[in-house]
Design a protein around this ligand. Structure first.
Ligand SMILES: Nc1ncnc2c1ncn2[C@@H]1O[C@H](COP(=O)(O)OP(=O)(O)O)[C@@H](O)[C@H]1O
Ligand SMILES: [Mg+2]
Length: 219
């Protein structure tokens, strides 16, 4: 079966010459739940940004669902990112003036879905993350854990094949972290491919496989 992700010798050199990734190769099978761990500054976010098509490798290959995406132009990458990838951020990255419902609707609006269907799907997604009653709240009216649940609902809006999360519990207390982890486990149970960067060994243990990075290399 075609892996969800295949990376060969991925490297990323930032302006100024810093080599944040120095050649990492791995695959992630469709439906796998993989955790990425390693010390601060080792290249975890650099890797996840490449996997999420937010950044390009300086060298090496990245195949997403069997298609070579490391050399695509910006508009193709944007389209693929919107259609195939859900990204969950440590700082939630919600728009503060929009309600939870509107935040979840946004990726569907960018994709051209009309208002009725997108609100219907956004309500379903908010129900799945346990926030039906807070659909009209803005981010400031929500707790950290609730904001992250909105972030996850938004990431799922366009039915991605791949869910990426960069320290999604990094700003949360332990109870909220456990709830967010439970959501990821549940999504994995439904067949979603999940790659999650974490500092939390408990979360690392919940994954099927651990990728350890040190100084821009896989250990
Ligand atoms: N845009 C950038 N320009 C230059 N250096 C960067 C940039 N982003 C990250 N770095 C550097 O690359 C290294 C890896 O960063 P990052 O991938 O964010 O690590 P992690 O997520 O594991 O903490 C760090 O030393 C960081 O300072
Ligand atoms: Mg990081």
């Amino acid at each position: 079966m075609t892996p969800a992700i295949l990376c060969e010798e991925l490297a990323r050199v930032y302006d100024g010459g810093y080599r944040a990734l120095r050649g990492v190769s791995f695959t992630v099978g469709a439906g796998e739940f993989v955790a990425v761990m390693g010390p601060s500054g080792c290249g975890k976010s650099t890797l996840l940004n490449i996997l999420g098509l937010l950044d390009k490798p300086s060298s090496g290959h990245y195949d997403l669902e069997g298609a070579r995406v490391s050399r695509l132009g910006d508009s193709e990458r944007t389209r693929l990112r919107r259609e195939r990838i859900g990204f969950v951020f440590q700082a939630f990255n919600l728009l503060p003036r929009l309600s939870a419902l509107e935040n979840v609707c946004l990726p569907m609006a960018y994709r051209g879905l009309s208002r009725g269907p997108r609100e219907e799907r956004a309500r379903e997604l908010l129900a799945r993350v346990g926030l039906s009653r807070k659909a009209s709240h803005t981010p400031l009216q929500l707790s950290g854990g609730e904001r992250q649940r909105v972030g996850i609902a938004r990431a799922l809006a366009n039915r991605p094949a791949l869910l990426l999360a960069d320290e999604p519990t990094g700003n949360l207390d332990s109870k909220s972290s456990a709830e967010i982890l439970e959501l990821f486990r549940h999504l994995h149970g439904e067949g979603m491919t999940v790659v999650l960067v974490t500092h939390d060994p408990g979360i690392g243990k919940a994954a099927q496989r651990l990728l350890r990075i040190k100084d821009g290399l896989l250990e």
